[in-house]
Design a protein around this ligand. Sequence first.
Ligand SMILES: Nc1ncnc2c1ncn2[C@@H]1O[C@H](COP(=O)(O)OP(=O)(O)OP(=O)(O)O)[C@@H](O)[C@H]1O
Length: 313
Amino acid sequence: MATAIEIAGGFQSRVPNRSFAGGAAVARVAGVSKSYGSVQALREVELSIHAGEVVALLGPNGAGKSTLVKLLLGLASPTLGRVSVFGGDPKDTVTRERVGSMMQVGGVPATMKVREHIDLFSSYYPKPLLMTDVIELAGLQGIEQRQFGELSGGQKQRVLFALALCGDPDLLFLDEPTVGLDVEARRGFWDQIRRLAARGKTVLLTTHYLEEADALADRVVVINKGSIVAEGTPASIKASTAGKKIRVVTRMTLSSIERMAGVVSVSYDREAVEIQTSAAEATLRELLAADGEVSGLEVSNAGIEEAFLALTK
Ligand SMILES: Nc1ncnc2c1ncn2[C@@H]1O[C@H](COP(=O)(O)OP(=O)(O)OP(=O)(O)O)[C@@H](O)[C@H]1O
């Protein structure tokens, strides 16, 4: 019987092989710890964000992502260590004028019109973008005259995005930018974030959506219990957890597959068997030697989700 082998890449970097090692650091977090009473939200965090980079901060609830963003925005001070943005204090006005951030929906008056919100926010910045550019970049065409409170969840998120970018900031913080959006709206939003990045903006986003980090980020920083547990391109994070997934229809028993080289775990998935392996080639050789009639063979990289779970468990 013919055997079809499909190598599924599963990951596409936004800008493959871009390196920021030599780029100027626009933000630096050095030896930072932050405690709220007895709760230690961050522990000795070291992080640099370079010009033009899109960095995704990924971590489970309570990991410390928002705390890190608050420190970078100058909305809180570290208990220990130092935070600098554009070489200065994040609380300084000159620094703030170069920074944009997405607020929460609740922080925006409901009765003001979209255009009025953008006008007001633009007035806080020395060199804001033109209204027409903001409307276009955030995809707000046709709803400029609507009141904020009347908009759908996705439209509200786009207005918050417009308010973050209207001052033409060099550095943008997006705290869970697509929370609550459906798949289509989320993808539309990703396109808008990519367009901003293509204009040379530096973006730090926090997200629970592993797919989002994978789709947007040049670099993923995985944070858990206040510490950075992994950092790198989405591809390198996956590689560091050394995993491939093999899916195959075979008559072999789970226990005989379990004994094969590299196999980490094996389970049934409908008519097929799913094998997690750290040495895919060796596992495949043994598998094909033991059962010449395997079918529906697929090999894929372990997804970022598996990598994330392995790193934070
Ligand atoms: N103002 C505060 N007072 C007391 N504890 C706080 C405060 N802000 C955050 N914490 C605690 O610090 C820890 C980190 O919280 P943080 O909001 O930074 O996590 P997060 O990764 O953003 O979580 P989520 O994804 O749920 O938003 C949590 O244990 C949280 O309860």
